[in-house]
Design a protein around this ligand. Structure first.
Ligand SMILES: *[C@@H]1O[C@H](CO)[C@@H](O)[C@H](O)[C@H]1NC(C)=O
Ligand SMILES: *[C@@H]1O[C@H](CO)[C@@H](O)[C@H](O)[C@H]1NC(C)=O
Ligand SMILES: *[C@@H]1O[C@H](CO)[C@@H](O)[C@H](O)[C@H]1NC(C)=O
Ligand SMILES: *[C@@H]1O[C@H](CO)[C@@H](O)[C@H](O)[C@H]1NC(C)=O
Ligand SMILES: *[C@@H]1O[C@H](CO)[C@@H](O)[C@H](O)[C@H]1NC(C)=O
Ligand SMILES: *[C@@H]1O[C@H](CO)[C@@H](O)[C@H](O)[C@H]1NC(C)=O
Ligand SMILES: [Fe+2]
Length: 615
């Protein structure tokens, strides 16, 4: 009853205060503020107008609700005018660079071995991918540690420990397991040293003329504490009962073939999974926020990151033009872009090179979204996800000796938490003030009709709010950088260690793959793969204000925030600069490794990773 009384008092108080002019220009000069007695009426009226103009709709690509309505349509059209030209411009450049790459490979004598695939990168893609794959990827791909450690860095989202109560995916011959690990599969399982990845569901997707399988794999922690692969099972539709299991004891090219076949599964998971795990998972609560938070709310300001920047697609453009775009976060661009690519084939999603069709990509993305795997908000929070999968804090088995994704991610998570904690502390006196923020509480309620999966059940404390803001920042920067940004094109989807699909069928018996080249893409196929992934890369944004270090570097944003928040944002940027310097000093040690990896994984470098989910 107390709440009702105070609301009436509030309304009375508000009536005595002249409403600020509804002029947008005036509003953009005012400091951000949380709801209070005085702004109830103007803000309620502003929010109601927004709610009328931002409605829930659907989009042909599927997944989360897509905004529709007068205001939404206008904003989407404005955004499109911003994201389309550079995307098309980059596309034209890539087309040119693709032709150059095919010609260069042929001029250099085509491919005869896997090592020859460096030819499709070296001195090519000057604009779209000038530095090629991560250091070590072109030279150390046959090393088993490259394969296993990628699961703890480049593709960390499906790997999990086989917990003591979990069942096994498939059996491995006892003698073979012992000769590799010194133990049987059951012993490794009982000791909490067994890990798995399961992509079997991919075998059922609509196929193309290329070949693939839905793979399952085991990894283990050896007696020295290293994380290594044990076995891979290649499952082909219709041949499930005779699925072959490969291990490091198989002939060289056959074991390599098995590793590369599951790499293609993980690459598909990153490519299509990122559209929902980074984009849609963040878009759904954002749309709920638009419908409930005033544009003057400081939380809304953080969610709606917009900035002015110099968009240099290439040094050559730099020479004759100073392109200045005002880029919003353009979150609503990704699905139209994907849909166009799928329907019109402008991105050529196949059918020649991926084993699965464009329709399969869309169907699979919707499946992992609706299952909660990629859509779940709370269970996908950084620590929750790792803990749930037994990768950290697991009591029945040893800890991972080196876990680069966790180590780098944790540093960034605490930087996010620090800046958001300063922010929340400066706007809210105490937990009660958070619980009493009527707009934040409306946002929480709105996540139900907004169909946000697994959103936190309450926002009662400062910590609750910090957790949500940190996760939102994590989805847009860390998850996107790994699954799309600088990540997949430079590691999991880089040649020669991953071919998007095979050019010959998956064998029905052992001993037939004596030369893997029969399965590998031609120069045209290799160039197609580089081009497809280069389109998602923003090589020219390295060291620019588009990077994570500049997440809060925006004049208007900072001007309208309070002084403690401005200070926290400045500290964040300084910390990120120092972190970047530190991470850039990484290199191969005397064993040719960096943190146990035969390649340098610097994908989260704060002056390289982009801070937002790029269209
Ligand atoms: C394509 O590449 C060639 C050779 O580098 C260059 O001369 C030409 O201007 C490029 N065209 C476009 C559209 O980028
Ligand atoms: C390159 O080699 C592959 C495999 O031998 C062959 O199929 C292809 O036709 C060759 N391409 C050219 C342009 O020689
Ligand atoms: C987000 O910020 C931009 C730029 O300031 C503004 O045009 C837009 O109205 C804001 N709100 C939404 C919901 O996009
Ligand atoms: C895809 O095709 C539709 C219908 O022809 C067209 O309106 C749209 O602009 C096309 N998109 C692209 C990216 O070409
Ligand atoms: C997603 O979250 C719901 C609870 O909100 C849970 O029941 C479900 O198991 C989660 N799914 C996954 C794949 O984690
Ligand atoms: C990995 O490759 C780099 C150079 O590309 C080399 O210096 C290093 O020794 C290699 N590491 C291993 C373990 O082979
Ligand atoms: Fe993206």
């Amino acid at each position: 009853m107390k709440a009702a009384v105070s609301t009436i008092l509030l309304a009375a108080a508000v009536r005595a205060v002249p409403a600020p002019a509804a002029n947008i220009d005036t509003n953009t000069l005012l400091p951000f503020s949380i709801p209070n007695v005085f702004n109830l009426i103007p803000r309620t009226s502003e929010i109601n107008k927004k709610r009328e103009g931002w409605l829930y709709g659907t989009f042909p690509f599927g997944v989360a609700p897509y905004p529709t309505g007068k205001l939404a349509d206008k904003k989407i059209a404005e955004d499109e005018a911003i994201w389309k030209p550079p995307v098309f411009e980059l596309g034209a450049i890539i087309q040119n660079e693709t032709q150059q790459a095919v010609e260069a490979v042929i001029a250099a004598g085509n491919f005869s071995t896997l090592d020859d695939y460096h030819k499709v990168y070296t001195n090519l893609w000057q604009t779209s991918l000038p530095s090629g794959p991560l250091p070590g990827m072109l030279t150390n791909h046959t090393d088993d540690r490259t394969f296993s450690m990628m699961r703890l860095s480049s593709v960390p989202f499906r790997i999990h420990r086989v917990k003591v109560d979990d069942s096994l995916l498939f059996p491995v011959d006892e003698e073979i397991s012992k000769s590799i690990t010194g133990h049987t599969l059951e012993e490794l399982h009982a000791q909490g040293r067994l890990f798995a990845e399961d992509f079997e569901e991919m075998k059922d997707q609509e196929t193309t003329t290329a070949y693939g399988a839905g793979c399952q794999a085991y990894f283990y922690i050896d007696d020295a504490g290293d994380f290594l692969p044990l076995a891979i099972r290649l499952v082909v539709k219709g041949r499930e009962d005779s699925a072959l299991v490969y291990t490091p004891k198989d002939i060289r090219d056959e074991w390599l073939f098995a590793k590369m076949t599951i790499n293609a599964n993980d690459g598909w998971h990153s490519t299509w999974g990122h559209t929902t795990m980074s984009h849609s998972a963040a878009e759904a609560p954002y749309l709920a926020a638009i419908r409930t938070l005033s544009e003057s709310h400081p939380v809304m300001a953080l969610l709606n990151r917009s900035k002015r920047f110099n968009h240099f697609l290439s040094p050559s453009l730099d020479d004759h033009a100073n392109f200045e775009w005002i880029v919003e976060n353009t979150p609503w661009g990704i699905r139209p872009n994907l849909q166009d690519s799928l329907v019109n084939g402008s991105m050529d999603t196949g059918p020649k090179y991926y084993p699965w069709s464009a329709d399969a990509a869309r169907a699979w993305a919707n499946k992992v979204y609706s299952s909660g795997e990629t859509a779940n908000y709370t269970s996908n929070m950084f620590y929750n996800s790792l803990r749930r999968r037994g990768l950290i804090d697991y009591e029945h088995g040893p800890a991972l000796k080196s876990f680069p994704f966790y180590e780098d991610g944790a540093v960034l998570m605490s930087a996010f938490e620090e800046v958001f904690m300063s922010f929340v502390n400066s706007y809210y006196k105490n937990d009660k003030a958070v619980a009493h923020d009527r707009e934040i509480q409306a946002w929480l309620r709105e996540t139900v009709p907004a169909q946000v999966h697994d959103f936190p059940k309450q926002i009662q404390t400062k910590k609750d709010l910090v957790g949500i803001l940190s996760h939102q920042a994590y989805l847009g920067s860390v998850v996107h950088a790994i699954m799309s940004g600088n990540g997949n094109q430079l590691d999991i989807m880089a040649l020669p260690f991953t071919a998007a699909g095979w050019q010959s069928p998956i064998p029905t018996k052992k001993g037939v793959i004596t030369d893997i080249m029969e399965w590998m893409p031609t120069p045209e196929g290799a160039a197609w793969q580089v081009a497809t992934y280069a389109a998602g890369n923003r090589a020219s944004w390295k060291d620019t204000e588009m990077t994570l270090a500049y997440m809060f570097e925006d004049e208007e944003l900072q001007r309208r925030m309070n002084a403690p928040t401005r200070a926290a944002m400045a500290k964040f940027k300084n910390d990120m600069f120092a972190l970047s310097d530190k991470w850039r000093a990484r290199g191969f040690d005397e064993n040719g490794l960096d943190r146990g990896m035969p390649y340098i994984w610097n994908v989260l470098d704060p002056k390289w990773a982009i801070y937002w989910s790029v269209v």
